[in-house]
Design a protein around this ligand. Structure first.
Ligand code: AMP
Ligand code: ZN
Length: 475
């Protein structure tokens, strides 16, 4: 079965096929954060969903090249920098660093490219694209010296959001004289400098100013991935106007279809409202870490509802994530222990592995179906229940346990739910080093005594061909 994904453009489930004639390389663009503040976990729902998509495509043999941009110049970043009395670049750097740290905490695979809008090569490209649009009569400079995209020139505008372009024209209620644009729906490509922008300005054929948000993404996407992308993602709030505008600009410049598959995740909600900075109902990752939740628990909570369904944020949901991960941990520990036993432990009756293999297959097939993570996790928990019962009845031996662990590892490459690596205290490390010395000296008595001392500190040391391996005693 192939991977089927819901395409916002067609509003249908479609078989996923990349442009690459060999069917392997996937070009994926994901709208990244505006770095004026810490991203909230609503934003991270979008990034975790995109991470799941990438990981599942990789599990299915695709090679994903992913771009995630950083919006480091717009109204909000400029306003923030001014309020903080800092240069724009210094102000945004703090939030860029924090963002990368948060991605790591949530185990989101880093993109291949993280272009920032203010990098000179991209600003040059934005200016070149606007020039190209102007030459075609699609862009025009208005009296306010800003440059706008003339919507009337792009009849496909509105197709992604399924909007009627006529609805965007000024209605009788709006006095269009108040607008300097020709058409109220026209969007800015280049914003003329004004005093509120301070020293944030670039020279351009239209005078000093800065790029609009939409052209930033078109320029960075096409610069890094070429004129045609396989996948473009974001949250549903990005569909209009941002992604519509990206399509209009890119297609008018390249003459090619910009994106084959558009995917958008539904919002993370709090009490029926979208989690957002403006509504003030948001939590950052830091807020939740301070409350004692871990990155993987938050990842689990953000991941477990299918991406096209709204996800309601609650602390009970986070507690549920903790409990579910606890079950997975206990199960992995049991099969690991079973694998380490001597070969004649347990009497394997032969039936259980085929059940497990079936569950494993079903896990990936559920994800093939538009990333049905709820169905996939259902298969995983059935696998856990069934294999726990087989373990209880001594139906798994070390070889089967080893096979089962391999199944888990391939599932976990998609989920990234493994336990946090516990930090080993310095005192334990010192004892391990002493013990290694004792072993080198063939002082077995001292070695055993040191093992007990290590155990008394809550750690178990195992000697493997790659050297000593430590694990927490509870594991
Ligand atoms: P922004 O920094 O506002 O441009 O948003 C970055 C990404 O997060 C975009 O893909 C948004 O669509 C997404 N996003 C923002 N708020 C939410 C939310 N409450 N739930 C899910 N995604 C969101
Ligand atoms: Zn974008």
């Amino acid at each position: 079965m192939s991977v089927r994904l819901f395409n916002t453009y067609s509003r249908h489930l479609e078989d996923f096929r990349p442009l690459d004639p060999a069917g392997r390389q996937v070009k994926m663009y994901t709208c990244g954060p505006t770095v004026y503040n810490h991203a909230h976990i609503g934003n991270f729902r979008a990034y975790v969903f995109e991470d799941l998509l990438q990981r599942h495509l990789e599990a299915r043999g695709f090679v994903v090249e992913r771009v995630m941009n950083l919006t480091d110049v717009d109204d909000k970043t400029i306003r923030g920098a001014r309020a903080a009395g800092r240069r724009l670049a210094d102000f945004t750097q703090v939030y860029k660093d924090a963002f990368f740290h948060d991605l790591e905490t949530l185990r989101i695979k880093p993109a291949n490219h993280f272009p920032a809008a203010t990098e000179p090569r991209y600003v040059e490209r934005m200016i070149a694209m606007i020039g190209q649009l102007e030459a075609q009569g699609i862009a025009y400079q208005a009296e306010d010296r800003s440059v706008y995209f003339r919507l009337a020139k792009f009849p496909d505008y509105g197709k992604l959001a399924h909007l009627n372009l006529d609805e965007l024209r000024p209605s009788g209620r709006v006095n269009s004289d108040e607008y300097e644009k020709e058409n109220i729906g026209d969007f800015a490509l280049w914003k003329a400098w004004d005093e509120a922008d301070g020293d944030v300005r670039w020279e351009s054929p239209w005078g000093p100013g800065r790029p609009g948000w939409h052209i930033e993404c078109s320029a960075m996407a096409t610069a890094l991935l070429g004129p045609e992308l396989d996948i473009h993602c974001g949250g549903v709030d990005n569909i209009f106007p941002h992604h519509e505008a990206e399509i209009a600009q890119s297609e008018c410049c390249t003459g090619r279809k910009f994106v084959r598959h558009w995917l958008h995740c539904a919002h993370l909600m709090v009490e029926g409202q979208k989690m957002s900075k403006s509504a003030g109902n948001f939590y950052t990752l830091r807020d939740l870490l301070e409350k004692g939740f871990t990155g993987r628990e938050i990842r689990y909570a953000l991941l477990t509802v299918n991406y096209r369904l709204p996800l309601n944020f609650t602390f009970a949901g986070l507690e549920g994530a903790r409990a579910a991960l606890g079950r997975i941990d206990v199960w992995v520990r049991r099969i690991s222990d079973c694998r380490s036993q001597i070969a004649d432990a347990g009497v394997f009756t032969g039936g259980e592995m085929s059940v497990s293999l079936g569950r494993h297959k079903n896990f990936f097939q559920a994800l093939d179906d538009d990333l049905n993570i709820a169905g996939a996790l259902g298969q995983l928990f059935d696998l856990i229940r069934e294999s726990n019962s087989a373990l209880d009845h001594g139906q798994f031996g070390p070889e089967q346990a080893s096979e089962l662990l391999k199944l888990w590892e391939s599932i976990n490459r998609v989920l990234a739910f493994e336990p946090e690596a516990a930090a080993v205290p310095a005192a334990v490390l010192a004892l391990v080093e002493k013990r290694q010395q004792a072993r080198a000296d063939k002082d077995w008595q001292a070695s055993d005594r040191l093992r007990d001392e290590i155990a008394a500190l809550g750690w178990i040391v195992k000697d493997t061909k790659d050297g000593p391996k430590l694990s927490p005693a509870a594991a």
